[in-house]
Each structure stands twice: as C-alpha cells, then as structure tokens.
Design a protein around this ligand. Structure first.
Ligand SMILES: [Zn+2]
Length: 209
C-alpha cells in the first residue's frame, strides 16, 4: 500500500468527507495536546509510521473524532494548528509551534529521566539525601559541580542506568565556576560528559592559564 493509500485508509473512516483526501484532512486540527508515551512503540494513526514516542492529538472539527499522530505529519499534511487563543496559525507559525511543543516534550522527558534515576538511587543508597537534589534540580534544571560529581559517582557505584547527557551542569554563579575548577581530576573526568561545549572550553582555558 502506498503512503497516500495508508493515509486515506486511516482518515476516511473517521472524517465526514469520504472521497477527497485534501478536504478530509481540512477537517482536522491540532490544538496543542501532546503526550510522551516514554517508549518509542506507538504507530502514527495517520500514516502508519512505527516507533512513535511523542504523540500529537489531532481532532476532527466536525465529528470530534481524534487521532494520535507523529509531529512531522502535522506539517506534512498541513493540518490546521490553533494557538491558545483559538486563532488558526499560518503554515510557518504552525510549523514553529509544533517544533516548540515537541522540544518541550523532549525536555520534560529528559528531566523525568533524571528524576527517575534519583529516585532509584535513593531506594538503594541510604546515605543519599534525595530531597535536596530534587528540590535543587526542579528549581535550576541542573546541578552544581559538587552535586554532579557526587551523583555520577553514586549512580555508577549503585549500577543504576542513567543518561549522562540528561544531567546538566550549572556554573552561572562564580562560586560554581570556582567549584568546577577545584574538582579533583578524577571527579572532573567523571562528570565530563555532562558538560556543554562552552563549559568544557571554560575548563580547558582556565586550567591552561
Ligand atoms: Zn505519520
């Protein structure tokens, strides 16, 4: 079945228009409902593309049916996009909103993965004071050099699966910059993968002074 045939097979049964695919697609709108199902196992209900993790809900303006689809399909099929105030966006603005919504989901997913790792660590490591870390992370979405070194070391020791790149470092404050430069080499190596490019450049520049 061709790509367009698949879209027709999926759209006509839930649209009022049953023959003209362009008209049928015009019945659908995206209003900002989106979900992270956490594993990429869903299928796009519009084009049948597998391995969808971030689902975007489109609803039929004439019969209230809904479909959960991949974000690319919203722009690909020029599905109408409505902003919070209920205005229909231009194609370019629609594309921007979908991109922004998607990156919000991705950011939230990364934050969730950090919190999950902390919770797992707390359940195996009695000395780990999770409350402080969670509070700090929720406020700043990142950790200080000392916090990060401790976390990475403890997570590895407890053999907890975690994604290093989701753990961000903050050195906005001067004392955090100093803290980073004062870390022992082995601790710095421990957290190196958490550093952004500019943070790495900062360390290399300062250490070579
Ligand atoms: Zn699709």
């Amino acid at each position: 079945m061709s790509w367009m045939e698949r879209v027709k097979k999926n759209v006509f049964p839930v649209s009022n228009e049953k023959y003209n695919i362009r008209k049928a697609l015009e019945e659908w709108i995206y209003e900002g409902n989106m979900f992270d199902v956490e594993v990429a196992e869903e299928t796009c209900e519009l084009c049948d593309q597998p391995n969808i993790r971030y689902q975007f809900e489109i609803v039929n303006s004439q019969n209230d049916n809904s479909l959960l689809i991949g974000s690319e399909c919203i722009t690909r099929f020029k599905i109408s996009v409505i902003d919070e105030a209920g205005n229909k966006l231009s194609y370019e603005d629609a594309k921007k909103k979908v991109g922004k919504d998607r990156s919000r989901l991705v950011t939230e997913a990364k934050e969730k993965s950090v919190l999950n790792a902390l919770v797992k660590l707390a359940s195996t490591d009695n000395e780990f004071d999770i409350e402080n870390f969670i509070k700090y992370f929720k406020e700043r979405k990142a950790f200080t050099p000392k916090q990060l070194a401790l976390l990475v070391w403890r997570l590895e020791k407890a053999k907890i699966d975690f994604n290093m790149s989701h753990f961000k470092l903050t050195i906005k404050r001067n004392r955090e910059k100093e803290q980073l430069l004062e870390l022992e080499d082995w601790k710095l190596r421990c957290i190196w993968d958490c550093l952004s490019t500019s943070q790495r450049q900062f360390v290399l520049r300062e250490k070579n002074k």
